[in-house]
Design a binder for this molecule. Structure first.
Ligand code: RFL
Ligand code: PHB
Length: 392
């Protein structure tokens, strides 16, 4: 098999790249290790920056998102039992859309079917070859047969646990990371959201987040200890803890409902540089991870592939290698600003188990500042709705 771009991974990054390339007349094949139902049901991110929404619109795959997505014009920051609104349109003229990542993936896959874009599921033993040459290739197993995909370029969109980043020879990449001393316990509940704004709450017992997926489904998160077992969290314990942490002096609280999904996610900040080696270009979680507090992971994955698609298009249409050579440097400017924002939100809102009363008082001062100064609130809002995607 031959194609122009071999894409490893059918997450948001890999699928979006396949569509962006198709729009530019460039062929690709996507290889995915999981089966399609698993990929379409994997519950993860929920917030789309306006730039991500515009990307889906540009691709003509935004109909379901416009129908089912919830446009949010702000978020609330809570501390000392009071919620404070950060209003995005007033501060930035932009907004975000709450729409599940698995819905985005479903929409991209449905459109790939319609447009005849090849996506192969259940592929195993994916191995990269010839990254230092002009003719790299990917070997794999599919339905019991050995496959070989010859390509001009390989896009490594296979997430944090993928094989693309580890395929780069030792000594080429440098990793910068931070592991946080806490995790998130997340639930989905069949309960109508009790208000339409997300609430990021700093409470004495740790962080809590009120979010949603639809008019009938609430998404909630609690800061918990690293290594915590989900078996130790009965539904009653989860609701009690949520009510205690989210308790507000105006009486607001989330509605309870049947918990349909729960899990624990560790938190880390992670960047590998450069984002490219030879003819392998890494994008999304394959090359950087942000803690979820800023709602940035999927959006950052999408902005990487937007840059990559443009760079590949300049190569295939006019033989220009300049943007491809600068791919990593271009992306890293936005990646590091997004890392900074996600780290900052995380540090401002969580209770550090090793923190002191000094740290706590500094956090309260920071929240007071962000919610009372237009300059500080604008800085938060412009990062949350998404910084511009840079092309140079
Ligand atoms: P993905 O989504 O991990 O997709 C990678 C794909 O590659 C496949 N794969 C392989 N395929 C072939 N061969 C191999 N050897 C392979 N190894 C792996 C995998 O099966 C998978 O299909 O990476 P991508 O595309 O870079 O997308 C990144 C996002 O998924 C991630 O950043 C977000 O989910 C992070 N995130 C959030 N991001 C946001 O923008 N907004 C949010 O509100 C938000 N909330 C979250 C989040 C992530 C969370 N968890 C569970 C980590 C909330 C949570 C709780
Ligand atoms: C979610 O709804 O899953 C969600 C929302 C905001 C975040 C993280 C996750 O910051």
């Amino acid at each position: 098999m031959k194609t122009q771009v071999g894409i490893v991974g059918a997450g948001p990054a890999g699928l979006m790249l396949a569509h962006l390339l198709h729009l530019r007349g460039i062929e690709s094949v996507v290889l995915e290790s999981r089966d399609r139902p698993y990929v379409e049901k994997r519950i993860r991110a929920g917030v789309l920056e306006q730039g991500s929404v515009e990307m889906l619109e540009e691709l003509g795959v935004a109909d379901r998102m416009h129908q089912l997505g919830l446009v949010h014009h702000g978020i609330e920051l809570g501390f000392q039992h009071t919620r404070h609104r950060i209003d995005f349109p007033t501060l930035t003229g932009r907004s975000v859309t709450v729409y599940g990542q698995h819905e985005v993936v479903k929409d991209l896959l449905a459109a790939a079917d319609q447009r005849g874009l090849p996506v192969m599921f259940d592929v195993t033993d994916v191995t990269l070859h010839g990254l230092d040459t002009d003719a790299p290739c990917i070997t794999f197993m599919h339905e019991g047969e050995a496959g070989r995909l010859e390509c001009d370029f390989i896009a490594g969109c296979d997430g944090f646990h993928g094989i693309c980043r580890p395929s780069v020879p030792k000594g080429v990449l440098t990793t910068y990371d931070r592991v946080y001393p806490f995790s998130w316990l997340g639930i989905l509940a069949d309960a109508a959201p009790s208000q339409n704004a997300l609430v990021y709450m700093n409470s004495d017992r740790g962080f809590a987040l009120f979010s949603m997926r639809s008019p009938t489904v609430t998404r909630l998160y609690l800061q918990c200890r690293n290594g915590e077992s989900i078996d130790d969290w009965s539904d009653d314990r989860i609701w009690n803890e949520l009510h205690t942490r989210l308790q507000c002096s105006d009486g607001w609280k989330p509605n309870e409902g049947h918990i349909t999904q729960k899990g624990v996610t560790p938190m880390r900040s992670f960047v590998t540089e450069p984002m490219q080696h030879g003819r392998l270009y890494l994008a999304g979680d394959a090359v950087h991870i942000v803690p979820p507090t800023g709602a940035k992971g999927m959006n950052l994955a999408l902005s990487d592939v937007k840059v990559l698609a443009e760079a590949l298009s300049r190569f295939f249409s006019r033989g220009s290698v300049e943007m491809l050579a600068n791919y990593s440097a271009i992306c890293l400017r936005r990646v590091w600003k997004t890392q900074r924002f996600s780290w900052w939100m995380t540090s401002m809102l969580h209770r550090d188990p090793d923190g002191t009363e000094f740290d706590h008082r500094r956090q309260m001062a920071e929240l007071d500042y962000v919610t009372s100064s237009t300059a500080a609130a604008t800085a938060l809002a412009e990062n949350y709705v998404g910084l511009p995607i840079l092309f140079s």
